[in-house]
Design a protein around this ligand. Structure first.
Ligand code: GLA
Length: 388
């Protein structure tokens, strides 16, 4: 949690509304470490909360109007508390409008709010600035309105906001990672049972996240198209396997190999990715239990190969970074993180090597593309919470 940003947000709030907020909440962005596009296939993911996040500061207003301000761009928008609606003009506000709409289904909300958001998760980098906003605003508003919402329900409210207000049919990964994150740990989620555990990473591991600045096209429908293909593939396997198939989670790699030749080719390729990823996450957890970071890193490289070969959610810039990482001493593994189609590569390294690994990748990227990628040192960090 970045105290400097918190103080900046407080100053902006006081400047705008003349008094301190009643409630403040913080939520981190997340990095997806292993398990790509497995969440909506009811599979497994290893992820972490990151040391970058969003603050949401809020007080009750007088009437039923909500005034929402973005502290970074200094834009402001208003809407009615009982009917937030979508905004074309202030796209960033839709995540909060969607969360408020979700909370309106939990309890009666008759009073508006004055709210301000400010954070440091780079936008469009694949580190889920949107989940950080949904969860920070969700926690703050639930507290403000005295609503009792469990962590899983809060995650679902954030997800529904993405589906209905931002148009992305995402799974629950981003919201769950932000809520359940713990320092020095990875969050291991089972998206069928919604059982969540944390796995120790040890002090010798950290991540360098290299942001290519290539804009991911989540909202442009690529993501939703992948999801549809996965559902189509699951329906195929349901028809040919002699055990129940509710989602691709129920398909093994051996079953995929035995049947993919009979499938529509695009659905065959797309389904290979989550099926392989589920297996890699389980092997990754095992490797962590044995403190085997080299093995874990190898699984990350394999995950990226699978994105390239089967899921087609990478891009030349991401591929270049992952390929380069293979020959950088101290870089144990690398892969794209999150939706894909641009955004960031996550590189596994140790605190000792992080600086040199980061420089080597930034230099190589600058030589290739004329401009360095933006690198962040990521430590698995605390999850979302109210700020006293
Ligand atoms: C995005 C989505 C998540 C998940 C990842 C891919 O981050 O929001 O739900 O599907 O992509 O693993």
């Amino acid at each position: 949690m970045n105290e400097k940003i918190l103080n900046e947000a407080l100053a902006k709030f006081v400047k705008r509304w003349g008094e301190e907020p009643t409630v403040i909440a913080y939520a981190p962005g997340r990095v997806e470490v292993l398990g790509n596009h497995t969440d909506y296939n009811e599979g497994f993911v290893l992820s972490a909360g990151i040391n970058f996040g969003t603050f949401f500061l809020v007080s009750l207003a007088e009437g039923s109007t909500c005034t929402l301000r973005a502290g970074d761009v200094e834009e402001e928008t208003t809407f009615d508390c009982a009917e937030p609606g979508r905004s074309e003009e202030f796209g960033w506000s839709n995540y909060v409008r969607g969360v408020l709409a979700g909370l309106c289904e939990v309890g009666v909300i008759e009073t508006g709010f004055n709210g301000l958001l400010l954070g440091d998760v780079p936008i469009g980098s694949g580190l889920s600035s949107s989940a950080a906003l949904e969860i920070s605003s969700g926690l703050a508003l639930a507290k403000l309105y005295g609503l009792d919402v469990s962590a899983i329900d809060m995650a679902k409210i954030g997800q529904a906001s993405e589906h209905e207000y931002a148009g992305v049919k995402c799974g629950l990964l981003d919201q769950i990672s932000s809520l359940y994150a713990e320092e020095d740990k990875l969050v291991m989620s089972d998206f069928r049972s919604l059982e969540i555990e944390t796995v120790n990473m040890g002090h010798d591991a950290c991540f360098v996240v290299c942001n290519t600045g290539v804009k991911h096209a989540l909202v442009d429908g690529e993501y939703n198209e992948r999801r549809e293909k996965c559902e189509e593939a699951a329906a195929f396997f349901k028809g040919v396997l002699d055990h129940p198939v509710a989602a691709l989670r129920d398909v093994s790699w051996a079953e995929w190999q035995a049947h993919h030749g009979d499938m529509e080719p695009v659905a065959a390729n797309r389904s290979a990715h989550p099926v392989g990823e589920n297996d890699r996450v389980l092997r990754g957890r095992e490797a962590l239990h044995h403190n085997d970071l080299v093995k874990f890193g190898e699984l990350m490289f394999e995950s990226h190969e699978s994105s390239m070969n089967y899921f087609d959610n990478s891009c030349p810039e991401l591929d270049f970074l992952v390929k380069t990482a293979r020959s950088v001493p101290g870089a144990l593994g690398a892969r794209l993180s999150g939706g894909g189609f641009g955004g960031s590569v996550v590189v596994l390294t140790s605190p000792r090597d992080a600086e040199t690994v980061s420089k080597a990748l930034a230099n190589a990227y600058a030589n290739e593309y004329g401009q360095a990628c933006e690198n962040l040192l990521i430590r698995p960090s605390e999850g979302a919470h109210l700020v006293e």
